[in-house]
Write a protein that binds this ligand. Structure first.
Ligand SMILES: [Mg+2]
Length: 162
C-alpha cells in the first residue's frame, strides 16, 4: 500500500507553500485539474488558484498540468491559467508524467505530483519516483464508479493513521 501513499497531505493545492517545496528539493509541480484546481469539468479555477500560480511562478517554480481528462478540457483550462499541459495522461501510468519531466528537462525526483486521487495521481507519482502531494477533493463525485473509488481510498487511508 506504500505505492498509494502521498509524501504530504494538505487541504487544497493553494495551501502548498514555496517553503514546503524548497525543503524537499522540488523545482517543478505537475498539477491535476479535476478536484485539485476546481470541481469536475468546471471551466473556472477555484478561488485563489490564479494567485497561487502567479506567486509560485514568480518564485521560479515550474508548473505544468498533467490530467487524465480529454485534450480540449485540459487545453482550455491550462491556457486560461497560462500553463503548459499534458492531456489524456493515462495516470497512474507514469507515461504522461515522464513526458512532462522530459519536456521540462527535470528529473522525476525534482517534481511534485499534486492531485486528489490515490489510484491515479499518488500511484502514478510514486511509480515515477516523484514527490507526491494529496489534496482534499473540492467536491465528492456522484457517479457510482467514483463512490466506490473514494470508499476504497478511505479504507486504505485508515491504515496510515495507525
Ligand atoms: Mg483529480
Amino acid at each position: 500500500m506504500a505505492l498509494f501513499k502521498p509524501k504530504m497531505r494538505i487541504d487544497k493545492m493553494i495551501d502548498i507553500t514555496p517553503e514546503m517545496m524548497n525543503s524537499v528539493g522540488i523545482k517543478a509541480l505537475l498539477l491535476d485539474i479535476d478536484n485539485t484546481m476546481t470541481t469536475h469539468d468546471n471551466p473556472v479555477p477555484a478561488d485563489g488558484v490564479e494567485e497561487w500560480i502567479a506567486r509560485m511562478k514568480s518564485l521560479g517554480f515550474i508548473l505544468m498540468v498533467v490530467s487524465n481528462n480529454n485534450g480540449e478540457r485540459v487545453r482550455k483550462f491550462s491556457e486560461l491559467l497560462g500553463l503548459e499541459f499534458e492531456g489524456s495522461a493515462r495516470k497512474p501510468l507514469p507515461t504522461g508524467f515522464r513526458r512532462a519531466c522530459n519536456r521540462l528537462g527535470i528529473k522525476p525526483k525534482e517534481a511534485a505530483v499534486v492531485g486528489d486521487q490515490l489510484f491515479t495521481d499518488m500511484l502514478g507519482g510514486n511509480l515515477l519516483g516523484a514527490y507526491t502531494v494529496l489534496t482534499e477533493p473540492y467536491e465528492l463525485e456522484s457517479m457510482r464508479f467514483f463512490k466506490v473509488k473514494r470508499a476504497c481510498e478511505r479504507f486504505i487511508m485508515k491504515f496510515w493513521r495507525k
